[in-house]
Design a protein around this ligand. Structure first.
Ligand SMILES: NC(=O)c1ccc[n+]([C@@H]2O[C@H](COP(=O)([O-])OP(=O)(O)OC[C@H]3O[C@@H](n4cnc5c(N)ncnc54)[C@H](OP(=O)(O)O)[C@@H]3O)[C@@H](O)[C@H]2O)c1
Length: 294
């Protein structure tokens, strides 16, 4: 599969998002393992997860998705050498009985959470560790300071941030001494408000990982009906609107690496085909105009 770069690592241009396999509505373990294996079989070498991808209000379930990924990698027949697992800390769901998400960006929590994630993933050092979301109760610089310590102690190999604005991207990179390798923000035809952050990442050669790139777990299936031009181009090319969407995101910049979520092998097998789609200038212009006016 076409490759893109995160820090000093080459990864597949399409990653796998693990959230649908672990939050409310998740499939059974067998289908999840089959989904991860299908992704690996198709050449996916980037898997995105988080310690918080679990059921809300169930402390014993924390790390569900990380454990699933570790299990799938262990039972995978192919090589794991090139697989980058990117996890996150700073959100918790332990106390959320209503399906909500709590935050803890304190350095003490992040350092403890990263070590717990490494243990669940069965690795000495986490390939990419991302601070999940700036915590309004904790100075951003303090949370990023924890990433510096984790890098320096060798608990994590690379550091990224998520749900950050342009000022926070610049600040994090400065505090990390130019070692910020990725930004993961929401971005899709239905959610374009991270355009400035995507452009900054392009300028700074930092990987940009659009989350909910298809519009989210509940929105992905309606992509074609909500965005007619995406469906028109998909029909003309005999592709799914979801594949056209991922190809459009990748065409925006070489730093963009979408991480579509999946809980079925068929979904990720379809999504990965976007890595080999080349949109014409005319198609791209039509999609740009359609996304902006949506
Ligand atoms: N950093 C953050 O704050 C944050 C927040 C949200 C998500 N994320 C990350 O971003 C990833 C992606 O976001 P997401 O899962 O919320 O939303 P998404 O990727 O926009 O949509 C996921 C849904 O799309 C469906 N899908 C995937 N490929 C498809 C295809 N080719 N055709 C039709 N349907 C397809 C899947 O259905 P099936 O389930 O039926 O396979 C899945 O449930 C997450 O999994 C997670 O890793 C990060």
């Amino acid at each position: 599969m076409r490759q893109r770069i995160i820090g000093d690592v080459s990864v597949s241009a399409i990653g796998l998002g693990g959230m649908p396999m672990s939050i409310e509505g998740r499939p059974d373990r067998k289908r999840s393992i089959a989904t991860i294996h299908a992704a690996l079989e198709a050449g996916v070498t980037l898997i995105d997860t988080a310690d918080a991808y679990s059921l809300g209000g169930k402390p014993d379930d924390e790390g569900h998705n990380e454990i699933l990924i570790a299990e799938a990698l262990k039972s995978w027949h192919g090589s794991m050498d090139d697989v980058l697992v990117a996890t996150k800390g700073g959100h918790t769901r332990i106390h959320s009985t209503d399906g909500g998400w709590d935050q803890d960006g304190s350095p003490a929590h992040l350092k403890e959470a990263a070590k717990a994630s490494a243990k669940r993933l069965g690795v000495d050092a986490i390939g990419l560790y991302q601070f999940h979301r700036p915590d309004p109760r904790v100075p951003f610089a303090d949370s990023i300071g924890a990433l510096v310590e984790l890098l320096d102690e060798g608990v994590i190999r690379m550091a990224g941030i998520s749900n950050a604005d342009v000022d926070q991207i610049r600040e994090a990179n400065t505090i990390l001494d130019d070692r910020l390798v990725s930004v993961q923000n929401q971005f899709s035809p239905a959610f374009l408000s991270s355009t400035a952050e995507l452009e900054l990442c392009d300028e700074m050669s930092i990987a940009f990982l659009p989350w909910s790139p298809l519009g989210g777990i509940t929105g992905a299936s309606a992509l074609g009906s909500n965005h007619a031009v995406f469906a028109e181009i998909a029909n003309a090319r005999r592709l799914s609107p979801q594949v056209v969407c991922l190809a459009w995101e990748m065409r925006k910049s070489e730093v963009v690496i979408p991480i579509p979520g999946a809980s079925r092998p068929q979904s990720i097998m379809d999504s990965v085909t976007a890595a080999s789609i080349k949109l014409s200038d005319d198609e791209f212009a039509r999609l740009e105009a359609a996304a902006v006016s949506a």
